[in-house]
Every structure is written in C-alpha cells, then in structure tokens.
Design a protein around this ligand. Sequence first.
Ligand code: HEM
Length: 376
Amino acid sequence: MEGGARMIVTIFIVCSIFLPLASAKLGPQGLRVGFYENSCPQAEQIVAEVVSEAYRKDPGVAAGFLRIFFHDCFVYGCDASILLDSIPSGEKVEKDSPANGKFLRGLEVIDTAKARLESECPGIVSCADTLSFATRDGSVLAGVPQYNMPGGRRDGLVSRAADIISNVPLANAPIQQIAELFVKKGLTQEEMVVLTGAHSIGVAHCQNFAYRVNKYNDTFQTDPKLDDADSANIKSACQRQVSNEEIEKTTLPFDTHTPFKMNAGFYTNLFKGTGLIESDQAMALDPRTRPIVGRLAEDEGKWLNQFARAMSRLAAVDVKTGSEGEIRKQCRSVNLENKGNTGIAQNLGKTNSDNNFDSSRTLIQASIPIQAIPLA
Ligand code: HEM
C-alpha cells in the first residue's frame, strides 16, 4: 500500500475506534457514519486506496472530485446523477452541460473505485457514496483535517443537462443569486463562503474569466476589481494567437502559489484583488460576505475545520435513501432493470418548479465565445 493510502486508512481506523458515538449517529435523512460496517466493511478503505493512488499520479484529482461532488449535490441532490453518461430517454445529461462537460476531472477514478467495490461487495455501495468518500479523501490529501463522511445515499435514475442552469452557480453570478441557491439547498451564507474556499485548489478555464480583460463592460475594458499583474497574466494566457481548440483547453490555477494545497491563501488573495473568477472576488466586496472572508483569511485552522463540517452538510443535500433510486452496478448508466423506470416525477422527488428557478440567468460558459481574441 502507498504511504498516502496507508495514512488515510490509519486515520480512518483511529477515527472509527475513537468516535464510536459519531459512528452510531444517524444524520439527516437517514445517513450514517459507518453505514457499510456490516455490509461491506472494507468499502471506505477501498475508496481511500484508489484515491491515494490517483492523487499520487495527479494531485489535481482532489479538485476534480470537489467540483463533481458540488455540482452533483446541487442538481437534485447527492445522487451521482452527474456520473451518468446517458439516460434511456436520450435527453442530454448533466455531463453534457457546458458547465460540466469536458471540465470534469477524476471521473475515471470513481469508475475504478466502483469497479473494485463491485468485485468485493457486489450491489452494496452506491455511486453516490463512492463519490462522497472519494471527495472526502481527496480533500484530506489536499490538507483538510480527516473528517467523517456518512454513507447511505442511493443513486438517482435521472440526469438532465437542462437542470444545470438553474441549480449550479455561474462564474459571473451576483452574490445575492449564489446565496439564494445555497439557501435553497439548506446551506447558510457562511457555509457558501466556507465551501467556496475549495477554490483554494484546482483550475479554471479561460472562458470563465477571460471576459474580465476583454471589453468587460461599457465603461471598462478590464474589470477594475482585478489586480494589474493578474489581468496581464489572464491576457497572456487567454488571448494568445493560437487555435480556438488550444485556447479552449487553457486553464489558470485559482492559487498560483499553492495550486494543490487547501489553505486560506484563497481568502487573502481575494482581498488583494487576485481572485480568478468574478463571483469569488465579489465575496470579498459584498458587505454581507466580506466579514466572513476576513475571518476565514485570518484563521486557516478554523476555516479547514469549518470546511470539513460544511462538506458533511453539503453531502446531505436532498439525498435519496431507503428504497429510493437504486444501487448502480456501474456509475455511468442506470441498471438494466430500471431502464424503463426513469420517469422524472417519480425519481427526482422535486421538480424545477419546486425550486422556483430564475431561468433568465445566462450560462456564461455557453454565452462567451472561446477564441483567440486580439488584444485591444
Ligand atoms: C459559490 C459559487 C461557485 C461558483 C460560481 C463556482 C464556479 C466555478 C468555476 C467557473 C470553476 C472553473 C471551471 C472550469 O473552468 O474548469 C470552478 C472550479 C472549481 N470549483 Fe467552483 N464554484 C462555486 C463553488 C464551489 C464549491 C462550493 C465547491 C466545492 C465545495 C467548488 C469546487 C470547485 C473546484 C475544486 C474547482 C476546480 C476544479 C478543477 O480543478 O478541476 N466550487 N468553480
């Protein structure tokens, strides 16, 4: 076993011994820490090993899992609907949305973990739990203190690209709109700021921030909130005279100094005007979120602990438990026996109208053309 995997497994065992009360506690909607202790005792260890191995080859997977998980949980709950490649109706799935699509990293690692789980405990561990454990393990490898991740989620049968726009926050969305989305999911404004600290690791593609340096608005060519060095960096990365295909793949790290380390540098950078995406930057300017950003910037240890707690709350959003959904055999498609059973109303629990969506919002990823824009 690799050193990283051994560390996660050891911490996991220590936590299981010393936190018996926590492991006996039922969470909201029937989730439970140690859910597989009888049915598949090695489940979390298997996921930890697969994640450690993947992280050793590419530490970027930790960021990939966090983003996949967030986008999964915000679209009809943490039910692994984001992992489906297709649904029987033939509709476009969540993965097909420009907000997800080719930008999702780490999907094949989830496939590997699930394949190992199926070979050792067939039909027991859901894809939704596999993704939850992998996300926890990735974030711990990136610096978050070890935390318990309850299990017991079941997998959804439906995934629709059309549901993304109203549930997933966009890079240029105003704070008010983003906060409303979090509150609709049962999370607080503070948890929104705490969780967005996930942008301490990982990357963003030019199409999510290049507009900030190219005819930003009628008054400013460049977003005045951006620090000068940063706007020069964005111009040089995103306005190169290269093919559209190459620009489309171009990314910049959220944190250039420690791109793989979860730390409070994300929050201090926001005060310096070096937030890569506009919505992050806005959190340091909005009077409702600025004091939260300030507190988190000053106390990294506190933020990391709060992050772990907020992740467990995110992981409980609109979950399916009991006899809802299914335990998929493989994460990219619904089980054969349920292929004719994917009616929207019966599987989602909620409909678009329940969530009172504002469909007037534009999807930045879809609306900004990706091209090598000549410098003005
Ligand atoms: C608050 C509203 C949020 C907005 C507007 C937002 C938006 C974005 C955008 C535009 C990207 C870049 C995607 C790309 O170009 O590839 C991104 C990446 C990322 N997001 Fe968020 N996000 C938000 C909250 C969150 C939360 C709550 C989490 C996790 C708990 C998260 C985790 C990540 C991670 C880790 C990445 C990097 C992914 C990678 O490197 O592959 N984000 N986000």
